[in-house]
Design a protein around this ligand. Sequence first.
Ligand code: NAD
Length: 387
Amino acid sequence: MSYQRPLRLGMVGGGQGAYIGNIHRISSRLDGAWQLVAGAFDVDAERGRAFALTQGIAPDRSYGDYMEMIAGERAREDRIDAVAICTPNFTHYPIARAFIEAGFDVICEKPITATLEDAIALEKLTRESGRFVGVTYTYSGYPMVHEARVRVAAGEIGRVRTVQVEYPLEWMATAIEQQGNAQASWRTDPKKNGRGGSIGDIGTHAYHLAGFVTGLKLESLTADLATFVEGRALDDNAHVMLRYEGGARGLLWSSQVALGNSNGVRLRVFGEKGSLSWFQEQPNDLVLAPLDGRTQIIKRGADDLSDDAKVRTRTPPGHPEGYLEAFANLYAGFAETIRARQSGREPGVIGQNLPSAYDGLKGVAFVDAVVDSHEAEGQPWLTPVAV
Ligand code: NAD
């Protein structure tokens, strides 16, 4: 075994009081594959520099903004291997574009951009530049989600008939954006969030999860959006009917006003020979109900699981893993892919089936079609520009 240096990670956003940046920091450390060495952590330069010092970032790599960070990192021999973009949606495109054009690999939060136009441009730039761009669709990091994907692909539940996927949250059930909640404020501003409220913020996760596990390609959709909280500019509840190629059907529900749901991501896939169900608040269990047999709970860590699940498993059965480990699996996959590219080899299993820039574009195209469908008279069936 030869020495592998940790990959050097930079971060934009994720400063003091921000939400997802800290999840990136914790999960990127989990396997020792990454070391956070640089950052422009805040929209406010001084606050960002002060925060960087608390994270053990050297003062000369604590940058006031992302352009300063690009200039600083480009000039170094020990420049970052990749940047993680943990800022509000509308900033993803300019930041990602600038880093890609400067020759850096990118890990970008979802939705990959706030507008379809930007998503198309970013996916094209990714392809043409040959840079690695990964998108943090968190739920595709869970081992039992991979297990479900492998079992569907192997035909264990037969041809898929219908997919039910939901992402209900309760935290925006009142007008918290009007009471100074930082995360809710930009999420309810169409200019910063994009056209889709709940459907853009969490519906994109659900859409990716359903497609990831089933391998089904969307043919068309029709949608009904609602805004229940008074004064809110974007939807906080979305119902979307899905038609997949080959005849399968789907239903997707995203909600930010679903009281009683902290983070209730749930996927159920019904095939001709059985069904598979997974619920993110009990992520170590996958439920299989075969046509002629007893319903079984398949446990994470069991000996007979797929390699795809095993490589994403750290502790034995009964020692629960969850959200941070799932996120760390994405980081482990990004590290494997970037290392494989750096040394000109094929990535191992953990570096395969990662959410790509194209998956990011699919998410934004999905949101655009959902909002178009809702806004059109008679809710026509629409096909997103990327499926
Ligand atoms: P947040 O409001 O908590 O944090 C945003 C941070 O970005 C703040 O520190 C802010 O100062 C900083 N920032 C804003 N503009 C900047 C700029 N130009 N340069 C540097 N820093 C800048 O937001 P959040 O809830 O953490 O969401 C951030 C992103 O993560 C969003 O795109 C969101 O959709 C995504 N997200 C993903 C998941 C997931 O499960 N993958 C979960 C939550 C949020």
